[in-house]
Design a protein around this ligand. Sequence first.
Ligand SMILES: [Zn+2]
Length: 346
Amino acid sequence: MRPILHRTCWSLQHAFAGRRPQAHPHDPCLQIPRLHQKLKPQLSRRYAVAEYKGDWEWHQRLWQMRTHWNAKQICHACRATRNSKGNDGQCCFTLFGSNFPRRSFEECLLESMPDCPCPLVLCEGFHPAIIRFCAMHVLALGIYQTLTAEALLWLCEQRIFAPSATDLDERLRAAFLHFKGWLRSNKLSCSGREFSSKRLHVSKIDYPYLGYKAFNTRIVLAWFEMSEFQNDLECTDRYLTGSEGEQLYSEGQRALRLYREAALIFSGKGELRFLLRPKLHAMDELLKGCREELYNPRFFQNYAEEDVLGLLKPLAQKSILARHFEVTMLKRYFLRWDLGRTDFMI
Ligand SMILES: [Zn+2]
């Protein structure tokens, strides 16, 4: 990846300066293509990198982070830790809303990144804060999956669905029928399969979560009427007002604290429920951004990018036997891309 990242950095630096390259990136003595020689050296606009998007695993791979969900120090932006050992437990990520010391650019470079950091740190204006946690992966594909599974299990344990049934799967089936009725009456759709103990990953040795896609998890969350925070996130614009930022922050922090309370209750009983996952800290970071930057995290989530992956996967499967996989796949991609249309035909 490093040669690609070096070239990307070179290209982004030119875009920042608003100029067209006048020399070959590897050797100034080499001529740039004749077509480009005729163009004006100055671009009509300048561009800056404002954010790096992607899920946590992508960031960890791209930036080779030492700080990640499985490490002792989990965050590239602050000094939050995975557990309460060291620092008198003052930086444990479960202390939601705490004023964890922030990392400066230099501290992030020296402590979070490897000895030979990703070349993109050389881009003008780089700061660790622009490596953004994806709201979709943190919420709909993380915390909401746990919340919806826990809510379903709690309702089944309280015998709200099929009270006479002895089997959990039977109660979950009844819950799913109720959910389908709610979808019909609200004219909503959800492609998620029937609830079952397998789909909820119910196990004595692990924590439950609902194995649904992001959109479907969000719909189940609405069924439980637990989506107040998510609704506000979706109804507010890119730039938040001070009161919107404060409201999102307080709603989100309340949810985090309730989650921690539930985890404490179940851990007191010795049950593996309400997993205190590091994604909760990523949500804490998103909330901090809402309040301090007044910028809606919905605008750096990756729904559209994940959709593109969904489009590319069938093409890759069709091209897998080709001798030149990358070329064949790109040709298939461009053959199906009609610039006059907004949709894409596989
Ligand atoms: Zn942090």
